[in-house]
Structure formats: structure tokens, C-alpha cells
Design a protein around this ligand. Structure first.
Ligand code: PFF
Length: 473
């Protein structure tokens, strides 16, 4: 199986690292990670997240890239090729299908949230938040709240931004591996990083930086052992641990084929362990920086860390309204956030687009248009769940958007990761795996990775799942 993918190939290892980092770094790091950490009590969530990244996700990421590199197709056909090669049950192809479905569902809501970030670009550019300097401190929260709420309560505005975002995503995907995907991330990642550092600098100058820092990093291991949320202190519940694991998979774009399909475009001689470690480090750093920016602002302005999905959209504008050159930095920040979301969204739909092309009935353009239309339609569910359907809560008190997010992040992605670990760790030939990783079977890194993948990842994911449904309590 040495052929090159029919979709093309990255021009270098660096291009893969940038693209995979582009996929990983996105709304998950800057929008989702801080609000989840805020909702699940700070330090305990952060440590659980970091442990999941190192113990569960890093091994899965290497395995997922390796699968793609071996199969050289869309995840569905990659799995088909590998099932043939390993003489395993055809049911394994379902892994590819569930990945494509998860990508489709995630993009449907991801695009709506990215639309919020787009809507904030003109709001910041026109200096709306500098008004904060003219109102009493006690009214600042209401002011930022009202701007956010008037956006999400307006379905027409949300649909408009969602439409724009999907159109741009599909134009980029239609451009193909080298033409569209690669170019976009080249300048974006470094720029985003610089703006984040500037904002960390600002956060450090706020009066409550240490409180924000403490909130994020203060944990004790009991939090992880007791896994309980009480009235007075929020130790991490089983649900919280599941959320931390789901967030780790979501943030690294794992368990649904995005990273697999990017691996399919990787040059044969690339070292999988090095490229994946680089991606994991960059992604984790961005999430931590986002937390270090947001929580000091939260505490310095008496906001609620558990404010939920609006957290970033309410806290950062306060900073931008008050800091020197805030209008400029604020505008730049939201532009970069949109770009970061774009480099993730293209990877969310690439598995489906690549598969459509492989059926022979579509070219890249018609495949992109078809997927775009379907995702756009599905996105309306999320749009309405913030306004006219906000009272529809079909399950466990979750509205439709929350349900989609829960189903994909907390269940589909970790389950995908678990199956990837089992397939690579138990069903593929050791020599084939080592060959694709460009590593020798008896190297130390290979040994550790293989051990984690075979035993620890399946056990870890399994325990978190069982714990969340209350088996251990
Ligand atoms: N990792 C992206 C983020 O953190 O925003 C979101 C994402 C992209 C999730 C691709 C899953 C995926 F396959």
C-alpha cells in the first residue's frame, strides 16, 4: 500500500504540521476550553484535560495519522483498505462512517459559533466596546451581556453569518490540498499566537491575574479521585471528567477522521511521532494561553467563570474596550479567531468531501458544494436552539445545540479514539505499524506508545465512560 493519495499530498512535513495544527487550534481552544473549565470548576478540569491529552490523545493521534498514511484515502475507504489488508470484519468501516457523520454534525454548529466571531469583527472595529469607559463599573456586565444576547437572539443575523462562514469554508475545500488548505494556515498560526501573547500581557496587568491563574491551576488529586460535585466545592464529577476527555479529543480533532485524512496526504518518509507531538504541544499551549487571558479578566470584573457559551464573547470585549489600541487588537483578535475556525472547519468536512470524490460521481467542486449545502441546512438547528427553539430540550435538559455538542464531543469522538486504539493496537500487524511510523519496533518511543495504545487508552476511555454513567458510584 505505497500509493500516493488521489487527492494530492502536502508539500512538506512542515505543511502537514501547520495544517494539522490549523485543524486542532480553533474555537475549541479559545471559545470552548475556557467556558468548560469555568463550568467544571477550573483546576480539576484543567488537570483532567491535560492528563487525557497526554495519556489518551497523544497515542491516538499517532495511531490516527498512521492509519491515514497507510490507507491513503478518505477515512471510509482507508478503513476499507485496512480491513482488507488485516482480514478483519467489514464492520470496522463503520469507524470511517461515524467519523464523517461526526464531522458533519460538528461543522453544523461550529459554523454558527464561528459566525458569532465574525459578527464581532465589525462590532469591535466600530469601537462599540470603548463605551465601557463611559459607564459605571457596575453596568459593564449588563452592557456586554446585552450585546451578546441581541446577537444570539436574532436568527436572521445568525443565519447570515453562518451562511458566509460555510461559503468560505467550501471555497477553501474546493481549492484542494495544496491550493486551499495549505496556504491559509501559513500566516495565520503565527499571527494568532502573537495576538494571544499580547493579550496575556494585558491579562497580567489586570488586578486579579493571580486569582485567574490560581483558578486554572489549583487542583488537588482528590478532585480526580472523588469525582464529586458538592454544594460548596466543585470537585470534578464523572460528568466533568467525561467533558474533559471529550474536550481533549475535540481540541485535537481526534476520533473522527480529520487527522486521518490529513495523514493520508503526508509524505511517506515523515516521522509520525515528531509531527504529532508538535501539533499536540501547539494546541495545548493555545488552550492554556486562552485560559490565562480569560480568567483574570473574569475575576477582575466580577464576572461568573461558569457563564457558559458566551464567556469569551463577554469577557474579551471588556479587555478590548479598556486597553490601549483595544479596538485594533480586538478587531484583529476576532479576525484571527475566524481564521482559526476556518482552518478547523475545512478539516471537519474534508473526510466527507474526499469520500464523495472517491465514489467517482463527484469532482472536488461538486463534492464541496453538496457537503456545504447539507451542513448549512443542519446548522439551522443550532441557529434556532439559541432563540426560537431555546425551550426545546429533548433529553436531559439539554437544548438541541447542547445535545449535538454532547453527542459528538463526549461520545462519538472518544468512542472513535477507542476504536482506533483497538484497531491499531490489537488488529494491525506490528511490523506494518512500525513501518508506517518510520520507527523500529524496538525503539523506546515505539514501545511506550504501543503500550499506551494497547492498554491504557482503551482502559482510560472505558473507565471515563463507565464512570460517567455512574457504574463506580
Ligand atoms: N479541533 C477543533 C477546535 O479545537 O476548534 C475542532 C475540531 C476540528 C474538532 C476537527 C474535530 C475535528 F475533527
Amino acid at each position: 500500500m505505497n500509493k500516493i493519495s488521489i487527492h494530492g499530498e502536502w508539500s512538506s512535513k512542515m505543511a502537514f504540521i501547520l495544517a494539522a495544527t490549523g485543524s486542532a487550534v480553533g474555537l475549541g481552544n479559545i471559545w470552548k476550553f475556557p467556558y468548560m473549565a469555568g463550568q467544571y470548576g477550573g483546576g480539576a478540569f484543567v488537570i483532567a484535560y491535560l492528563l487525557c491529552i497526554i495519556i489518551l490523545c497523544l497515542p491516538v493521534m499517532m495511531a490516527e495519522v498512521m492509519l491515514g498514511k497507510r490507507g491513503r484515502c478518505s477515512p471510509i475507504n482507508t478503513m476499507r483498505n485496512l480491513v482488507r489488508e488485516t482480514s478483519q470484519s467489514k464492520l470496522w468501516v463503520l469507524l470511517g462512517w461515524s467519523g464523517a457523520l461526526a464531522g458533519f454534525l460538528i461543522l453544523s454548529y461550529y459554523s454558527v459559533i464561528a459566525g458569532w466571531a465574525m459578527a464581532y469583527v465589525p462590532t469591535l472595529a466600530t469601537g462599540t466596546f470603548t463605551e465601557i469607559n463611559n459607564i459605571p463599573a457596575s453596568e459593564i456586565n449588563d452592557f456586554v451581556d446585552s450585546i451578546f444576547n441581541s446577537l444570539i437572539e436574532n436568527p436572521i443575523e445568525l443565519i447570515s453569518w453562518h451562511t458566509v462562514f460555510i461559503i468560505i469554508t467550501m471555497i477553501m475545500v474546493a481549492g484542494g490540498v495544496k491550493g486551499g488548505l495549505e496556504k491559509a494556515v501559513n500566516f495565520m498560526m503565527p499571527a494568532l499566537f502573537i495576538v494571544l501573547l499580547v493579550l496575556v500581557g494585558y491579562a497580567m496587568s489586570t488586578p486579579n491575574f493571580s486569582e485567574g491563574f490560581y483558578f486554572m491551576f489549583n487542583f488537588n488529586f482528590n478532585d480526580l479521585l472523588y469525582l464529586n460535585c458538592t454544594e460548596t466545592s466543585c470537585e470534578l464529577s464523572g460528568e466533568g471528567l467525561l467533558a474533559a476527555m471529550g474536550q481533549a479529543f475535540f481540541s485535537l480533532s481526534l476520533g473522527m477522521g480529520s487527522i486521518m485524512v490529513y495523514g493520508a496526504y503526508l509524505p511517506k518518509d515523515a516521522s509520525v511521532s515528531k509531527v504529532t507531538t508538535a501539533v499536540v504541544l501547539a494546541d495545548t499551549l493555545v488552550a492554556i494561553l486562552a485560559g490565562l487571558i480569560i480568567f483574570p479578566i473574569v475575576f477582575s470584573n466580577g464576572l461568573e467563570p461558569g457563564a457558559g457559551v458566551g464567556l469569551v464573547f463577554k469577557t474579551l470585549p471588556i479587555a478590548f474596550g479598556q486597553m490601549p489600541f483595544g479596538t485594533l487588537f480586538g478587531t484583529l483578535f476576532f479576525i484571527l479567531l475566524v481564521l482559526a475556525a476556518l482552518s478547523s472547519s475545512i478539516s471537519l468536512v474534508e473526510p466527507a468531501v474526499a469520500w464523495l470524490i472517491e465514489t467517482g460521481k463527484f469532482n472536488r467542486i461538486s463534492a464541496s458544494v453538496t457537503s456545504g449545502l447539507l451542513v448549512w441546512l443542519a446548522g439551522l438547528i443550532t441557529v434556532f436552539s439559541f432563540n426560537i427553539w431555546s425551550e426545546i430540550k429533548p433529553l436531559a435538559g439539554l437544548n438541541l445545540f447542547e445535545l449535538l455538542d454532547y453527542l459528538t464531543s463526549n461520545i462519538m469522538l472518544p468512542l472513535g479514539g477507542l476504536l482506533i486504539a483497538i484497531f491499531v493496537g490489537w488488529l494491525m500487524k506490528k511490523t506494518v505499524v512500525a513501518e508506517e511510523l518510520n520507527s523500529s519496533i524496538d525503539s523506546f518511543i515505539y514501545y511506550i506508545w504501543y503500550f499506551l495504545l494497547r492498554y491504557i487508552t482503551p482502559l482510560g476511555v472505558g473507565i471515563v465512560f463507565l464512570n460517567a454513567i455512574g457504574i463506580f458510584s
